[in-house]
Design a protein around this ligand. Sequence first.
Ligand code: ADP
Length: 376
Amino acid sequence: MSDKRQWFHGKITRDQAERLLNPPETGLFLVRESTNFPGDYTLCVSCEGKVEHYRIIYAKGKLTIDEEGYFENLMQLVEHYSKDADGLCTRLIKPKVEEGTVAAQDEFSRSGWSLNRKDLKLDQVIGKGEFGDVMVGDYRGTKVAVKCIKNDATAQAFIAEASVMTQLRHDNLVQLLGVIVEENGSLYIVTEFMAKGCLVDYLRSRGRTVIDGDALLHFALNVCEAMAYLEANNFVHRDLAARNVLVSDDSIAKVSDFGLTKEASSTQDAAKLPVKWTSPEALREKRFSTKSDVWSYGILLWELYSFGRVPYPKIPLKEVVPRVENGYKMGCPDGCPDVVYNLMTECWNLDPGVRPSFHKLKERLQDISQGIGKRH
Ligand code: ADP
């Protein structure tokens, strides 16, 4: 487990890679981030005294070398080519191990995302995340949230994906402020602080007496705008749910955990997937796409209009998937306008191709919001 991605060397140059793969040994390999094509990776393999560099293209949320075999993540790609050369000069035999987190630290400081540990004051724990505690802190006078990841293997996986997060910026995405990589391998991910906490708790604690239809629609639009932005950038979230949406002090909903969950959730076995939020094709064949995010968004809309209820109430978890596969859809939550319920059911079309895009959903929600505005 602990050496899962030790062949990943971050943003090193072609020359550095060649030096690392010396002395030559056929099948010795590493993966680096492409310097010529930001966002892509390069697989470097030593083969009969030479180093071959294969470009790994990141297209529509998947990775490919030959545009024939597509992979969800680097680990799957490496696993595949370890079994079979499949067109490469040799199969991948031995990973060139990355020495510690020093390289990652360098990379973050070069790109300006490395924060100084001395400037960060950690206060109390405010949440428990899947991978470690979330704390509230102070960074140079700004209140911040800090995700602390102590497990070295998990930290490594997150470091590799954090570069994606540094490229995304939108008012409805929880903004990354920077990272701190400690010498002992711990990782701190510093983000803006979202004073009103997670959306499910927000809905449950306040309920329908406090939150009116306009507020629900406002949250629905906030999330949809973030997702339309991710869609336009070919970025698949994979874990969209009201628990992964946070609410700011001025009541703006922002999507969190993008970039971080991508690699983490794909390494999870199917048993750990959030079944009630995940589309049938993603559960069945790990086919994650923007359209599987759209499915999850439909569930999130249902959560919103039911004020934080757990989806598929009264249906035993085991029965959810077979029933959904047979076309079962949740009913309209009490008080939810038909126009909004129609959107949910469209998101839950079993055929991903027929589901609306986030761009379309955004337009429809804007229309609904203006319509409701006129009636008042
Ligand atoms: P994970 O995705 O690893 O399970 P979360 O990101 O959901 O962890 O964080 C767990 C909890 O910590 C959230 O439910 C929320 O209450 C709190 N939290 C996380 N990030 C922030 C933030 N930026 N601002 C305020 N609270 C946060």
